[in-house]
Design a protein around this ligand. Structure first.
Ligand code: NDP
Length: 391
């Protein structure tokens, strides 16, 4: 029986994975080693009972007592804190889903690839902040990293699961998020509630706001660069409001293969779960006649400066990805807390990148987790200082 672990089980991606597993027979079909959550004890315990997990870990240590109570008599061991997540990630399992949001998702992914496990990677921040480190460890251990971000899963599938021979470029699509058609001058006054409404995808709040600012797409451009090893001029972004075509691969003979599907994360998660095979998934089939038409347009880098920043970060290399990732998280925190406006997020990130570029070793790719986290802390401070001055 396949063994698996889910890091970030209680989130939007984690819930989609749980749904797939339960529909496939739950504990009769898969042996669950570890499930982790951040603060949602009740849901984590419910999932752990349903999947008969060996261990359930809650990141917030103050919630351990509650988790123990909720798991009493279940046979699942309760644990809490970062060290316990680290231990859970070291436990052997065939397949692990990295679905914690933010930089906190990097450590468990690194542990999985260090022990040679298969890593289904939703946490795009891992590749943005530490792409060379993660990919290098995977090469050394023979670990397979499978993309779960829908656009990267789509590219992976159009490439015949990884072969770059004859590829001219890849194109990832973006819905354009909540403010795709807003007049530019209105963006400065956009509220958190307005930015939290995605036109097509149902996702966690942070990634939904990142879709409105296009920072999500900026992360994905860097993710594609790190994962597929493509230079930034071979990675295009196309605004596609219907979110049906997730990505396209254009070959040197002029052929373009597109991956299409309804906006449902269970496809990409299920593809990674069953890879290299294909299995039936509870995802609705496309009805193109009902859709009628699909539309595309070039992205406007004035509306979405994050896309320009992504290309600059790829050109800079070294620690730039870790800085952009952390500064973006800080700017998002500051926007969500009302300390800065929606349109201030990109300048806050740009400020942190400018400061970081003047620091020693900026051009060196961080060689371990501590080095990534050191750049991460400094970038949060710099972006936060910018926000404080702005406020
Ligand atoms: P959510 O915010 O819905 O869920 C995040 C998960 O991480 C939850 O389980 C949460 O726990 C947990 N968590 C939060 N903070 C910590 C922490 N400090 N330590 C440990 N666990 C923590 O996010 P999404 O599911 O939307 O996204 C997860 C990842 O997948 C992100 O990297 C995102 O970019 C990526 N992704 C998401 C997609 C989507 O459709 N949602 C699509 C493609 C990629 P709790 O809720 O219990 O507090």
């Amino acid at each position: 029986m396949k063994t698996l672990s889910i890091f970030g089980a209680t989130g939007s991606v984690g819930e989609s994975a749980f749904d797939l597993l339960m529909r496939a027979g739950g504990p009769d079909a898969y042996r669950t080693i570890a499930l982790t959550g951040g603060r949602n004890v009740a849901r984590l315990a419910e999932m752990a009972r349903a999947l008969r997990a060996e261990v359930a870990v809650i990141a917030d240590e103050s919630l351990l007592g509650g988790l123990r109570d909720a798991l009493a008599g279940s046979g699942t061991r309760a644990a809490a804190g970062e060290v316990a997540i680290d231990e859970a990630a070291r436990m052997p399992s065939d397949w692990s889903l990295s679905a914690i949001v933010g930089t906190a998702g990097l450590m468990p992914g690194l542990r999985v690839v260090e022990r040679g496990g298969t890593l289904a990677l939703a946490n795009k921040e891992s590749l943005v902040a530490a792409g060379p480190l993660l990919m290098g460890k995977a090469r050394a251990s023979g670990s397979a990293i499978l993309p779960v971000d829908s656009e990267h899963s789509a590219v992976f599938q159009c490439l015949g699961c990884g072969k770059l021979d004859g590829v001219e470029r890849v194109t990832i699509t973006a819905s354009g998020g909540a403010f795709r058609d807003w007049p530019l001058e209105r963006l400065a006054s956009a509220t958190v509630a307005e930015a939290s409404c995605h036109p097509n995808w149902s996702m966690g709040q942070r990634i939904t706001i990142d879709s409105a600012s296009m920072f999500n797409k900026a992360l994905e451009v860097i993710e594609a660069h790190e994962f597929f090893g493509l230079s930034s001029d071979r990675i295009r972004v196309l605004v596609h409001p219907e979110s049906i075509v997730h990505a396209m691969v254009t070959y040197c003979d002029g052929a373009t293969l597109a991956h299409m599907g309804p906006p449902d994360m269970r496809h990409a998660i299920g593809h990674a779960l069953h890879w290299p095979d294909r299995a039936a998934l509870p995802v609705a089939a496309l009805d193109l006649a009902a859709l009628g038409q699909l539309t595309f347009r070039a992205p406007d880098e004035v509306r979405w400066p994050a896309l320009r920043l992504a290309r600059e970060v790829i050109a800079q290399g070294g620690a730039a990805g870790a800085v952009l990732n952390a500064a973006k998280e800080q700017a998002l925190d500051d926007f969500m807390a009302g300390r800065i406006g929606f349109a201030d997020m990109a300048p806050a990130v740009e400020h942190a990148l400018d400061i970081a570029a003047g620091r020693p070793h900026f051009g060196d790719s961080p060689g371990d987790l501590d080095a990534v986290l050191a750049w991460d802390r400094a970038a949060r401070r710099d972006a936060g200082d910018w926000a404080a001055r702005r406020g």
